[in-house]
Design a protein around this ligand. Structure first.
Ligand SMILES: NC(=O)c1ccc[n+]([C@@H]2O[C@H](COP(=O)([O-])OP(=O)(O)OC[C@H]3O[C@@H](n4cnc5c(N)ncnc54)[C@H](OP(=O)(O)O)[C@@H]3O)[C@@H](O)[C@H]2O)c1
Length: 331
């Protein structure tokens, strides 16, 4: 099998987790890293074995020995950095949130299609074994018709608080950082909501410190979603059907979750087994990207362009309801 040569753009926290998980991916190598300053890339290269160390993103995307670039910069820069990669014919795995708004997301997808270069949003939760198990349980009819999805995700960041979390210029706020997982899960289970209600608590910087969302469906189903950067919430997901329900325990979107099945009340709890392996969970999406590249695809059949567009459109609808605005919305 052809070895897939990865480059990483931006040497921050998630870049390190992703690099560590590449060890669990066969026929993959971390070939290059690029940072705004050479020193940042050099520090990274001391922690992870990587042969090409670049002091600019332009140098990284011009590296002929890189097949695919994992974009690990703050969300506000995903549009710019994705276009930079695609315009240099580099395949892209772009961190969530894919972009700041639908206009940017469409531009990214159109560029991928025009240049015939692979592009996928790094919604890693969709590649975890528990996601497949949840979809299997729903499809089997064991839960009955899904009536409601209740998901909360909250943490209180400890000092030093990463500046990107609350900086409006970097796309700060709870919705795009963590509420996006709740939205993704609700869409994956119930589809596009017919109506959205949403409200937020602004932080002193003006981004959403908390965001409450209600998705309503004409069939009567509802999803109640909540994200918070001001308190440590259980970070669980309840998926409830007309026959039974399941709970993804903390953290519902990550490998640490378990799946609890309830036929009736709380004391009817059973644990649903599913495959677990070593690693932080980013290896699954990396394997999938490698498979797509080997097949010559420009779009993932699992996390498609349409999936990213729907996710972004829904985030835009929530922001419009809740009054969450970014400078990029008016540019
Ligand atoms: N999938 C997940 O589980 C997960 C978890 C956390 C975060 N994320 C996503 O990953 C992205 C990065 O998050 P992070 O927590 O890794 O952030 P971070 O630690 O702040 O790292 C972001 C990196 O982006 C680069 N960068 C480029 N322009 C920047 C600017 N103007 N300001 C700040 N940094 C800039 C910097 O790298 P250099 O200076 O080295 O170039 C920086 O280290 C976000 O979109 C976030 O939503 C995903």
């Amino acid at each position: 099998m052809k070895t897939i040569r990865w480059g990483i753009l931006g040497c921050g926290r998630i870049a390190r987790k992703f690099a560590a998980d590449l060890i669990h991916v066969a026929d993959a190598t971390l070939t290059a890293v690029g940072a705004r300053q050479l020193e940042s890339a050099q520090v990274f290269a001391k922690e992870f074995p990587v042969s090409h160390v670049h002091g600019s993103y332009e140098a990284l995307v011009s590296d002929p020995e890189v097949d695919v670039i994992y974009i690990a910069s703050p969300h506000a820069l995903h549009h710019e950095h994705t276009l930079l990669c695609l315009n240099h014919q580099k395949a892209v795995l772009c961190e969530k949130a894919f972009a700041l708004n639908l206009r940017q997301a469409k531009d990214m997808v159109e560029t991928s299609r025009a240049r015939k270069v692979f592009l996928m949003e790094a919604v890693w939760s969709k590649f975890l074994p528990q996601y497949d198990k949840v979809q299997e349980l729903i499809a089997s009819g064991e839960l009955g018709d899904i009536q409601n999805v209740l998901i909360n995700f909250g943490f209180k960041p400890l000092p030093p608080v990463p500046p990107r979390l609350f900086d409006p210029a970097l796309g700060g706020g709870s919705l795009l950082d963590i509420g996006i997982y709740n939205v993704f899960y609700a869409l994956a289970i119930l589809g596009r909501p017919d109506t959205i209600e949403a409200s937020m608590t602004p932080s002193p910087e003006g981004v959403d410190e908390q965001c409450a969302m209600l998705f309503k469906y004409n069939c009567g189903a509802m999803a109640q979603l909540f994200s918070s950067l001001s308190s440590n919430l259980p970070t669980e997901a309840d998926i409830c059907g007309s026959k039974s329900r399941i709970r993804l325990t903390s953290r519902f979107y990550a490998p640490s979750a378990t799946i609890e099945f309830f036929q009736g009340r709380e004391d009817s709890k059973q644990l649903i087994p599913f495959h677990k392996e070593a690693g932080s969970g980013y290896q699954y999406e990396a394997r999938h990207v490698a498979d797509c590249l080997r097949e010559g695809l420009t779009e993932s059949p699992v996390m498609s362009h349409a999936d990213s567009i729907l996710l972004m459109e829904t985030l835009d609808r929530i922001r419009a309801e809740a009054g969450i605005h970014y400078g990029a919305d008016t540019n």
